[in-house]
Design a protein around this ligand. Sequence first.
Ligand SMILES: NC(=O)c1ccc[n+]([C@@H]2O[C@H](COP(=O)([O-])OP(=O)(O)OC[C@H]3O[C@@H](n4cnc5c(N)ncnc54)[C@H](O)[C@@H]3O)[C@@H](O)[C@H]2O)c1
Length: 339
Amino acid sequence: MIYVAISVEKCYSLLQTCAEINSFVKKSVCEGDIIGMNNLILGSSGFIGRNLRKKLEQRKESVTLFDRFIDEDTRALYKNRCFCGEFSETTKFDEILEGVDRVYHLISTTIPSSNIPIVDEIRQNINPTIQLLESCVRNHVKDIIFVSSGGTVYGKTRMVPFREEDETDPICSYGIQKLMIEKYLYLYHHLYGLHYKVVRLANPYGPGQNPNGIQGAVTTFTYKAVADDLIKIYGNGKVVRDYIYIDDAIEGILNIADNKKYDVVNLGCGQGYDLIKVIQTLEDILDKKLHVEYSPGRKVDVPFNVLNIDRYNEISPHHRFDTLEEGIRKLIAYIMENK
Ligand SMILES: NC(=O)c1ccc[n+]([C@@H]2O[C@H](COP(=O)([O-])OP(=O)(O)OC[C@H]3O[C@@H](n4cnc5c(N)ncnc54)[C@H](O)[C@@H]3O)[C@@H](O)[C@H]2O)c1
């Protein structure tokens, strides 16, 4: 039952942007001219994975794909650089990692509000990641880039905005899962010299995100606002988050991956907005009143999360982020064009 629900959701999300991304990627793959690193994207069919793939292809870097859902066209295009399967303890990582320089680890089987037994969360995410790290060492992978969660690893820590060296006390199992992987990355670096970067990502939104997902308030609200649908908000709308447009998130991930100074870096805009502000911004841009309904808050939602991005600004001083309004305008334009 659960399997069917996820599958439909993923199909929707895939259909939404696959055509556009596929046509771009088809062009660059067919034109050849691949230079630079061989990158493996674990979770290549997801929101971040597809946008990252597009950007890496633009940079003419070679990309190998891995996901449990990969459409026929993409499989045909990528041939032996495409692995469709389950991320698990028995995955044949040695075959997948052959010739790979850099791994982007974007797979998580859970999100902050997932309600699965914690032992299953550990089994599905930690155990395969350990097998992956073992294989990275055996195959002399140069580095692994892990997308962790700036929104959950800090928990309800007192001082905001959160700095990378702050205490971490997640209030959801997903945040602990992310921290565990961060710690194992450090251990594999310490024991075997495996290089890694941890991207503590805030709340990305934009084209390619599932508008019907449980995650991604800005994307969900924007689709609903454009369609005049009812918007449901958990809590009183005062939960504050650090939202980042997907193009900025991808540029940020690549900048963090290439930086030589820090292994753990926060990635957000460094600005906090509550959900009421998101609604107001949409109302101003669309020039209409939205239908909003409030329901009880969730225990796993921290009330306030904004990231301190001093480290990021130090390694990428010229990166200018889209404001929330600019990002929402871009997303609305995308929705209108793809109606
Ligand atoms: N989107 C966010 O708000 C956000 C914020 C911070 C961190 N992250 C992290 O970034 C990463 C990517 O996020 P996303 O938004 O692209 O997620 P997503 O759900 O859109 O994509 C994840 C991809 O992984 C694949 N996948 C999941 N479990 C798998 C398994 N067991 N075997 C094979 N494939 C599997 C899915 O099919 C999907 O294509 C995740 O690790 C997530 O925790 C996301």
